[in-house]
Design a binder for this molecule. Structure first.
Ligand SMILES: [Zn+2]
Length: 287
């Protein structure tokens, strides 16, 4: 609902607080931008990421594209040695880490990631750390080039081509990927993704889509497929991402393709939203 101040991927300096155990003024922090209730069935099961009354900063309530931003101290995440730029990337990476945790990716298996935007790239990075063979799929060849040059992805498929099925069969020695993950949010891709899945495989939906998806029951049933959604992330995912960056296992700074002063953000948005612009992540800097 609008009007809404955006901003759920951010870092900042702690300038003022009533009570924030373990934190000091001047600390650089990021935050879990998910306000969970702490008492619903999901929260009690530790799944605060899918709380029944979840409010996401920048979506359901105002977010952090502001000079100052106030949040409950329980949402704060300490920098643990990371710089502010890396810290601002922890949230989108945590979405990827959570998706791979949901998929329970095993070493050596083929993982198809549909959509090579920032979330897709994060999924690929954590699938790589899980020892998987990654296949990147996107409509946009620039994004596939980025997968190859920055992430070292070996297998790339242009979505929408007529020979996608054959390419997947070739890459996977005729078996198809045992994990298919949608990070595109594109309805056609979501409906088609099941057909790319190996028998016995897991299909994980990370991207957002508002319409109804449609699968053929025989296609689903004959695979004994597992269908999973993956929503947001938990503090465990945030901590895992931070540890991975600290250990130099992932290099998220390459995702920042543009740096812009906060005051110039409004006029830049239409340009950045175009996938052909080559933009992966824009870092907005406040003074
Ligand atoms: Zn809850």
């Amino acid at each position: 609902n609008y009007p809404r101040i955006l901003g759920h991927e951010l870092s900042g300096e702690l300038v003022e607080f009533d009570e924030a155990p373990g934190f000091q003024k001047g600390d650089i922090v990021t935050l879990l931008p998910y306000l969970s209730c702490g008492k619903c069935v999901a929260c009690l099961a530790g799944k605060t990421n899918c709380c029944t009354t979840l409010q996401v900063c920048g979506v359901h309530i105002d977010g952090g594209m502001a000079d100052y931003y106030a949040v409950p101290s329980r949402l704060l995440v300490p920098a643990q040695g990371l710089g502010p730029d890396e810290l601002a990337l922890v949230e989108p990476l945590a979405i990827g880490a959570h998706g791979i945790r949901r998929a329970a990716v095993r070493p050596g298996e083929y993982v198809l990631v549909m959509g090579a935007g920032p979330i897709g790239l994060g999924l690929m990075e954590f699938a790589r750390l899980g020892g998987a063979e990654i296949i990147a799929m996107d409509m946009n060849t620039r994004r596939l080039d980025f997968c190859s040059s920055e992430l070292g992805i070996k297998y790339m498929i242009r979505a929408g081509g007529s020979d996608v099925m054959h390419q997947l069969l070739d890459i996977t020695n005729g078996n198809m990927p045992t994990v298919v993950i949608d990070a595109s949010g594109n309805l056609k891709a979501i409906n088609q993704g099941l057909n790319y899945l190996a028998h016995g495989g897991r299909y994980v939906l990370v991207g957002l889509q508002k319409e109804e998806m449609v699968f053929s029951h025989p296609e689903f049933h004959k695979r004994e497929a597992t269908l999973l959604s993956s929503r947001n992330a938990t503090r465990e995912d945030f901590d895992y991402v931070i540890q991975c960056i600290k250990k130099d296992l992932i290099h998220p700074l390459s995702f920042i393709t543009n740096r812009v002063k906060f005051k110039d953000a409004a006029e830049g948005f239409p340009r950045w939203l175009n996938p052909d612009s080559g933009v992966i992540k824009v870092l907005l800097e406040t003074d």
